[in-house]
Design a protein around this ligand. Structure first.
Ligand SMILES: Nc1ncnc2c1ncn2[C@@H]1O[C@H](COP(=O)(O)OP(=O)(O)OP(=O)(O)O)[C@@H](O)[C@H]1O
Length: 289
């Protein structure tokens, strides 16, 4: 097989006017996105279109319209798509693993699908990625005997195969205990030194700890794209606390201390408090950036 030289570009993802519909639902409704090296977090409420966007970026799903370039290539062209697939890793939401396979067999199978033909390399690489997610001691156990968090780590190992330049992760921390979440953070920080990581999450703490940039999605669109600090800044001066609920607030909730925290347009004399990433996210996802 003759292979063309990989195209190196500062932008790993270049999307313009990306659209994907399911019947009358526009799951992704005209997204423009330019992503370079580092970790990009996708935040958004249920049904915002995060999974659909990640599935398009992973070449699993073709867009209905718009243009998409991944790693400088056009995934719509079969030959270029093969190269892109070799250079990206994808962890789907709720990955379904073959229960009778062992982790080693499963990860090796993914390596074969990526057309890695060197058996010795595959053995080394599969062992390396399984060890990197803390599954080295269980790589010969049947997947059906593993806990949910362990299965998630096996799926993550498969995504890390070949140290991909573009790593796409759909809620990667699902099922992981706090210690494993910390391990995941350092794994992803390492991956981001080599290329681009795009992950969807509902956890703003994860975004604050890990992401260089954050996109807030709602109804199939990106409503905010910037650094976590910039997302916090959208809420500065718009968060206040009081002893009682405030019906003028956009959102109000009770804190652990029993006081009320509000976001929106503060009334005169309001007791303004420092904004957090949660506040910024809540404002933007409510359509009030
Ligand atoms: N295969 C499908 N068939 C029909 N509708 C779909 C399909 N996949 C997604 N949708 C719809 O597209 C929209 C976006 O869904 P998507 O799964 O991309 O959102 P999400 O942001 O990942 O949500 P969550 O946070 O719940 O995972 C939703 O309205 C969803 O119901």
């Amino acid at each position: 097989m003759t292979e063309t030289a990989p195209v190196r570009t500062a932008l790993t993802v270049e999307a313009t006017g990306l659209v994907k519909r399911y019947g009358r639902t526009a799951a992704v409704d005209g997204i423009d996105l330019a992503v370079g090296p580092g970790v990009l977090g996708l935040l958004g409420p249920n049904g915002a279109g995060k999974t659909t966007l990640l599935r398009m970026l992973s070449t699993v799903l073709a867009p209905d319209s718009g243009s998409l370039r991944l790693l400088g290539r056009d995934p719509g062209v079969p030959q270029e798509r093969v190269e892109v697939r070799r250079r990206l890793g994808y962890l789907p939401q709720n990955p379904r693993l073959y229960p009778s396979f062992t982790p080693l067999e499963l990860v090796d199978y993914v390596a074969v699908l990526k057309e890695h033909t060197d058996v010795a390399w595959r053995r080394r690489e599969c062992t390396r990625v399984l060890e990197s997610v803390g599954m080295g001691d269980r790589m010969h156990h049947r997947i059906r005997t593993l806990s949910g968090g362990m299965q998630q780590r096996v799926a993550l190992a498969a995504a890390l195969l070949g140290s991909p330049e573009l790593l796409l992760l759909d809620e990667p921390a699902t099922g992981l205990d706090p210690e494993q979440r910390l391990e995941l953070r350092s794994l992803l920080a390492t991956s981001a030194q080599r290329g681009t990581v795009v992950l969807s999450t509902h956890n703003t703490g994860e975004v604050a700890a890990l992401c260089h940039r954050v996109a807030v999605m709602r109804e199939g669109r990106v409503w905010f794209l910037g650094t976590p600090a910039e997302l916090i800044a959208t809420a500065e001066g718009r968060v206040w606390e009081s002893e009682d609920p405030d019906p003028t607030a956009l959102r109000t909730w009770m804190t652990a201390a029993g006081t009320y925290r509000h976001i929106g347009a503060p009334p005169a004399g309001a007791d303004l408090v420092a904004a957090t990433l949660d506040d910024g996210y809540l404002l933007v996802s409510a359509g009030h950036q």
